[in-house]
Design a protein around this ligand. Structure first.
Ligand code: HEM
Length: 850
């Protein structure tokens, strides 16, 4: 119900920007949870402390505001260009704001951007949670009273039959309305309303002074020991009594406070090793700047604050404690000893860190650079400490700044530094993105040799701990661990297992089509940005096929994983210094908090499944079930009692499925839509094939295997726009390759996108879209066969390639059955590599219902 009402607000507020809306409502729900945890004890100024909940709240608020700002700006632009539909809440709000501002004759709008953001945030707070608890209690109450459930159903069926409820009909629902009223009476979503007196008022014969609620009680105990428990308890009781009285009437505070404290004698107070006791309470003007003394050490002060409200301070002075203390000289000596030990340890850590930095940014790169140069390898020389990183960023920024024509010749935009290097130095050349040499290997034969890795001299690049938190699974394992995991994971992706997941693929594709039909029906033709739509689709597909029914938790995971990708990619394109991940920077904290949340969600899902399997009530047709079954089978075969893949390992693999399977397939579908819009003749042939094979029926696996043209098109899109533009391997032992001896520690960069566009390999038409080159299969498509590596090659080839291709064919077939499409005039062609090759400004496509 939370999902439902959040979606309802998102759609009602933002129309087609639904996916951003969803993310906002999730963050807002989290904000409510954190705020609820914090309401118990609030200390003024607390919001400024860098505590975990405070940081989280601020980061969340920034993200929500950023998202809302983006949506509003987009809407403003669309309104200016006259192609905004104003049918959603945001549109109506903005139109009304403009109209009211015009009517009032002012040049500035009445509501600023910040005001609008504030209002939108309130819609979520006020509209999502309240309506969802109403629905939830209604379901519970109607389950407890089936006779009312039946009456409500009879009424609904009488009014609507099985048709979609409409607004006229809802006005005729009498029983349903009565039920909802009664639920609202018994379970009001908001249980309590508060108001604060601001001037003196009379209410029910009692005069209430202007007064706030108790803001907090702070007990500050220093060096307390057990013998004081009793006295502390006494004082605590007195404080509670005081608080109870304070709330009665501010006018009577002083007298009652004295009463409460008079039983506490001075010797009692003195016997306590209580250095400071501090109560702050919002009080009245009457108490203003008044100090009331209790004996010698206890006083109450009420300093003025901002005229109207003042603070009420109860204080014990800090006389020397009665406990015998260390002689001053000894205490100072002990402190110095501790201090010098700390300094010494600090200096050791600093020295170690300085050595690590020097070694990694100066000694090692110079040694490796000399080893490569001496063999005549062309390329750039190392420059401390960034190498070509700054040039890389400058060229990337320059390439991004310019729009590119609607052509498939994308390599100069995707990686300008690599493009320039290949042009200047040839197909094998060195560059330095930071202090590690990177050899570009733009040769399919050598790429196959590297990916085959027959002698085990190569490994995946070792990423730092933060990157590993994104996807610590198969893709980053090496050696025996990789082999054991791959053996267990492989069966889960076999074609016959995909058959079991097909209903999940179909359900997600149907959701997408229903949503798109909804968009189009209201407008005839409709422009949508298909990139976020496909991200949602592929995230949903992984969630459903990995977790079956625990699919809604899956949604939250894929949103967090997408966010992680963005943050980590940002970090990977900067210079990484050893130990950096331990610093509490905003980026590091965000990555860790997200990783913790994803891991906790996954741990919950896996434990639930383990329990269900033990109780024999698990349905193991999803990826998680298949993985767990295969794990048990392999463990039994190996004759060990401990499972080969631990709970932590399974969590790592599941995270990886999201990371590896989501954006990759989403960009494949996105570029396919763009390319088929540019080449309508291929769109038509693909549609003819799909209609010939399936008619208007739901695509099935047998039919999917018969799709020849669709397959050729997907291959050609994967060639021109490979989702993974480059693969990296790092030498781990000395090795020989193409006549050069590489020392350990060199990165071999395999620029898939450059190989896929190389005219020497594919012919003069390499930059053109010609799916027919795949008519006789992959190996005949290029001169130097095979030179097609979208899923990698060799033992580490993508385990999910069948999954991705079946998913893409299912989605594309469903789209072709229902729509024709073309590029929108607002589309800007801007392929850009983030972790995958993404459309930088989205992919705006105009859909026409067939
Ligand atoms: C169009 C979609 C996809 C593309 C282009 C793609 C591409 C790749 C590539 C290039 C690799 C090799 C990485 C390397 O050698 O360094 C890889 C590995 C991998 N992919 Fe995919 N992938 C796609 C979809 C998926 C899906 C849907 C899943 C899972 C649900 C998946 C899971 C994996 C895994 C687990 C590995 C690691 C294999 C290993 O190291 O043994 N991929 N993928």
């Amino acid at each position: 119900m939370q999902d439902l009402t959040g979606d309802a607000i998102s759609r009602a507020a933002f129309g087609s920007n639904l996916s951003e809306g969803r993310r906002i409502f999730r963050i807002q729900s989290e904000q409510v949870q954190i705020a609820n945890q914090m309401t118990n004890l609030y200390i003024p100024g607390y919001t400024y402390l860098p505590t975990k909940p405070n940081r989280r709240i601020k980061a969340n608020a920034r993200e929500v505001e950023g998202l809302l700002k983006g949506i509003i700006t987009k809407k403003e632009r669309a309104m200016k260009n006259g192609h905004a539909d104003g049918g959603d809440l945001l549109g109506l709000l903005m139109q009304s704001n403009i109209k009211e501002s015009k009517d009032s004759g002012s040049s500035k709008t009445i509501m600023t951007m910040d005001d609008i953001i504030g209002e939108l945030k309130v819609f979520y707070f006020a509209g999502a949670e309240t309506t969802s608890v109403l629905l939830t209690w209604t379901m519970i109450v109607l389950s407890m009273h089936p006779e009312w459930q039946d009456r409500a159903r009879d009424e609904v069926l009488r009014v609507f039959g099985k048709k979609q409820p409409d607004i006229d009909g809802t006005n005729h629902l009498k029983v349903v309305t009565m039920v909802l009223y009664e639920v609202l009476r018994l379970y009001p979503p908001i249980t309590l309303l508060d108001r604060q007196t601001y001037k003196e008022i009379e209410l029910g014969g009692v005069s209430l002074a202007p007064m706030g609620e108790i803001s907090y009680v702070l007990l500050f105990l220093r060096e307390a020991d057990q013998t004081m428990d009793e006295e502390v308890e006494q004082l605590r009781q007195a404080l509670q009594a005081l608080m109870a009285m304070v709330t009665e009437s501010a006018a009577r505070i002083r007298n009652l406070a004295v009463e409460a404290f008079s039983p506490l004698t001075l010797p009692e107070i003195q016997s306590m090793n209580l250095a400071l006791l501090n109560i702050e309470e919002v009080a009245t003007e009457e108490m203003d700047s008044e100090r009331v003394h209790f004996g010698r050490r206890l006083s109450i002060t009420a300093p003025r604050r901002r005229g109207r409200i003042s603070h009420f301070l109860l204080q014990l002075s800090t006389d020397p404690p009665s406990k015998p203390s260390l002689p001053a000289a000894m205490a100072i000596g002990a402190m110095l000893q501790q201090w010098s030990l700390l300094c010494f340890l600090g200096a050791l850590v600093a020295l170690w860190w300085a050595w690590r930095v020097l070694e990694s940014t100066w000694i090692v790169p110079r040694r490796l650079g000399r080893a490569l140069q001496s063999q005549g390898l062309p390329g750039t020389a190392y420059r401390f400490p960034f190498g070509d990183l700054k040039e890389f960023s400058r060229l990337a920024a320059a390439a991004r700044a310019k729009p590119m024509p609607l052509s498939h010749d994308i390599t100069p935009r995707v990686n300008r530094l690599c493009y320039n290097t290949i042009k200047e130095h040839g197909k094998i050349a060195v560059i330095w993105l930071g202090p590690t040499p990177r050899v570009i290997v733009n040769d399919p034969k050598l790429v196959r040799e590297i990916l085959a890795n027959k002698f085990g001299h190569l490994q995946k690049r070792k990423h730092n701990g933060l990157v590993r938190r994104l996807s610590n699974g198969l893709v980053s394992h090496e050696g025996e661990k990789w082999a054991a995991h791959r053996k267990i994971i492989n069966p889960a992706f076999h074609l016959e297992k995909l058959k079991k997941m097909l209903p999940a693929f179909a359900a997600c594709a149907n959701d997408l089509i229903t949503r798109w039909v909804g968009y189009v029906e209201s407008d005839g033709a409709k422009e949508i940005d298909v990139w976020p739509e496909f991200q949602n689709l592929t995230g949903d597909v992984i969630s459903r096929s990995a977790f079956g029914s625990s699919f809604s938790e899956g949604r939250r995971i894929f949103q967090l994983q997408s966010e992680q990708v963005q943050t980590i990619v940002k970090m990977m394109n900067t210079l990484y210094l050893p130990g950096f991940r331990f610093l509490p920077t905003q980026l590091n904290r965000k990555i860790k908090a997200n990783a913790r949340e994803v891991e906790a969600l996954l741990r919950g899902i896996v434990s639930k499944r383990e329990r269900a399997m033990k109780e024999g009530r698990a349905n193991n047709d999803d990826l998680l079930g298949l993985l767990m079954e295969s794990n048990i089978a392999e463990t039994k075969q190996a004759g060990t009692s401990k499972l080969i893949i631990t709970m932590e390992d399974i969590i790592g693999e599941l995270k990886l499925f999201y990371f590896a399977g989501m954006d990759t397939t989403a960009v494949l579908l996105t570029w396919t839509m763009v390319v088929l819009s540019l080449h309508p003749e291929w769109q038509d042939s693909a549609r003819e094939e799909v209609l010939r094979v399936f008619g208007k029926n739901q695509p099935d696996l047998d039919g999917i295997h018969q799709l020849k043209i669709v397959t050729m098109i997907l291959y050609e899109v994967l060639r021109l726009y490979p989702p993974v533009v480059q693969l990296d391997r790092q030498t781990y032992k000395e090795m020989e390759l193409g006549g050069v001896t590489y020392p350990p520690g060199v990165i071999l960069s395999l620029p898939i996108v450059f190989i896929h566009h190389d005219k020497d390999v594919w012919g003069e038409d390499a930059d053109e879209f010609r799916p027919e080159r795949f008519a006789d299969g992959i190996s005949r498509a290029s001169k130097d066969s095979p030179a097609f590596f979208p899923f990698g090659w060799g033992p580490r080839i993508c385990v999910g390639q069948n999954f991705a291709l079946v998913e893409a064919k299912m989605a594309l077939s469903s789209i072709l059955q229902h729509f024709s499409f073309r590029l929108s005039p607002s589309y800007t062609h801007a392929p850009f590599p983030v972790s995958t090759l993404q459309p930088e400004h989205g992919a705006q496509i105009v859909l026409n219902k067939l």
